[in-house]
Design a protein around this ligand. Structure first.
Ligand code: FRU
Length: 497
């Protein structure tokens, strides 16, 4: 590093102080999540720089420490030994240099990016953004010896603007190493389609442009944010967060990477999560070789009822990315989450006839945060009807979140129309493969719900804002019988990150 940036250190200290000031008050607030990651206070969006470095898990994130709305972007920072209990660290990056900061301009900052271990050092590669400047987005490097305090590189910006034929949107670098060489993809667009220019480097500072690793075919949005290209088994995967795409917010492709040609060739593509609140997913490989994904558990087009409490935004639970022998992708919660399980309740052999509803929370042990695993057998040859759960239901039945399987359409549905306080109320759907048995799992937290099929192939993640006293949980059927083989529920401990 060529300069020690005193201006940066001062801004980092101010921001850290501002954000950690109110944490105790926030922990008691109505919608504060019990075990999902959130910042001590204020605004967060994308996860950044996910890495396990020298045994420690690091989670950085887009952060505005001075308010509940998006503002000049900083990188917040937390560390963990188990991906579940997080320790808040000082803010890692604050906008301080002319490639990421301009006096009086609020649309500036250290935008999303990634982290790599470079020998002993932890390096962050991120986008410097100054709205109105040309070019408005460049790539920058910061590094740290202790993994906590970061110094910006004297040669920044390390990539001073997009390659000639790409748009000025040029952000969210993802860096990885292959055969001793560093590679970077950056989110951008070309000819009105999402595209990811690829670069390579031997030292993280000097980068050579290699062409577009992939560009959209006209149906996949006009800009790809937060690309993540990574090896898994003998394939590669690419995650993109496309902008202005009719259907879909986060795509994952399986394919092959040709490092000589600098081309990624996808053979399949699917939506990672069909809920409203899942965006900017990022992955990293941990020291045990698992590929772990975390996403922002919100989106841009949404209300945040938590703003009145002094915070906005959270992360999903960590999910392991798995590629099976048929080259199909699935996502399973990391087993570390089982450490949160507290009281266990178990029910089995429940027979429901059409139109029936059974109370699964008779003991009233399940309140606002729990895990549920359920197996339901459906009648043979039944091609219509619904079977599902009413969650966080009020006793008068007016407030509830529905999770059901629609036998006619073959879809798993989450209906948040009556879930509570206003947000993007509506219906999320995902196709599932069910032969005769439906195996469902879900993670409920105070103001979030992640539902998925036990095979990890279909997920729906939504924020919900029910009243804290509404804890009803019923299994029900409509126009079909059903046999609930078993339901396991566990209350989950309060981690209160
Ligand atoms: C995605 C995103 C990124 C950008 C960041 C800014 O949610 O728009 O493309 O780097 O958020 O906070």
């Amino acid at each position: 590093m060529t300069i020690i940036n005193q201006k940066h250190d001062k801004k980092v200290n101010e921001a850290t102080h501002a954000v950690q000031n109110q944490i105790e008050d926030l922990r008691e607030s109505q919608y504060r999540l019990h075990y999902h990651f959130t910042a001590p206070s204020s605004w967060i969006n994308d996860p950044n720089g996910l890495i396990q470095h020298k045994g420690v898990y690091h989670l950085f994130y887009q952060h505005y420490p001075y308010g509940v709305d998006w503002g000049p972007m900083h990188w917040g920072h937390a560390t963990s030994s188990d991906l579940v209990h997080w320790k808040h660290e000082p803010v890692a990056l604050a906008p301080s240099e002319d490639y990421e900061y301009e006096e009086g301009n609020s649309e500036v900052g250290c935008f999303s990016g990634s982290a790599v271990s470079n020998g002993d050092e932890l390096c962050l590669i991120y986008t410097g953004h100054v709205e109105g400047k040309s070019p408005k987005e460049v790539q920058a490097l910061a590094s740290s010896k202790d993994g906590i305090h970061f110094t910006k590189h004297g040669k920044n910006p390390i990539i001073a603007g997009p390659p000639a034929d790409f748009s000025e949107d040029f952000r969210d670098p993802k860096v990885w190493k292959h055969d001793g060489t560093w590679y970077m993809v950056v989110g951008s667009s070309r000819n009105g389609n999402g595209a990811i220019p690829l670069f390579r480097s031997s030292n993280l500072v000097d980068w050579t442009y290699m062409g577009a690793a992939l560009e959209g075919d006209g149906t996949q949005g006009d800009m790809w944010e937060c690309p993540d290209l990574f090896p898994i088994d003998d394939k590669h995967m690419l995650i993109i967060s496309p902008m202005n795409m009719e259907e879909g917010k986060n795509k994952i492709m399986v394919g092959d990477m040709d490092y000589e040609e600098g081309k990624f060739s996808p053979v399949s593509v699917k939506e990672i999560d069909d809920g409203f609140d899942f965006y900017a997913a990022q992955t990293f490989e941990d020291e045990s070789g698992r590929r772990i994904m975390i996403a922002w558990m919100d989106t841009w087009e949404t209300e945040f009822p938590t703003k009145t409490e002094g915070w906005s935004g959270a992360m999903t639970i960590p999910r392991q990315v798995i590629l099976d022998e048929n080259q199909e992708v699935s996502f399973l919660p990391v087993p570390e989450l089982e450490g949160l399980r507290e009281h266990h309740y178990f029910e089995d052999n429940l027979r429901l006839s059409s139109g029936e509803s059974l109370d699964l929370n008779k003991h009233r042990g399940l309140e606002q945060s729990y895990e549920l695993n359920m197996e339901i057998t459906l009648p043979e040859n039944q091609t219509s009807g619904r079977v599902g759960l009413e969650l966080r239901a009020s006793s008068d039945g007016n407030e509830k979140t529905l999770v059901y399987y629609d036998l006619m359409t073959g879809e798993l549905v989450v209906d948040t129309t009556h879930s509570g306080k206003e947000t993007h109320r509506g219906v999320s759907k995902t196709k599932v493969e069910v032969e005769d048995k439906l195996s469902l799992r879900l993670f409920m937290d105070v103001s979030s719900l992640e539902v998925f099929t036990a095979d990890g192939k279909s997920w729906i993640t939504n924020r919900i804002y029910p009243d804290s006293s509404h804890t009803g949980l019923n299994v029900y059927t409509e126009e079909t019988d059903a046999y609930v083989e078993k339901v396991d529920t566990w209350t989950l401990k309060k981690v209160l990150n």
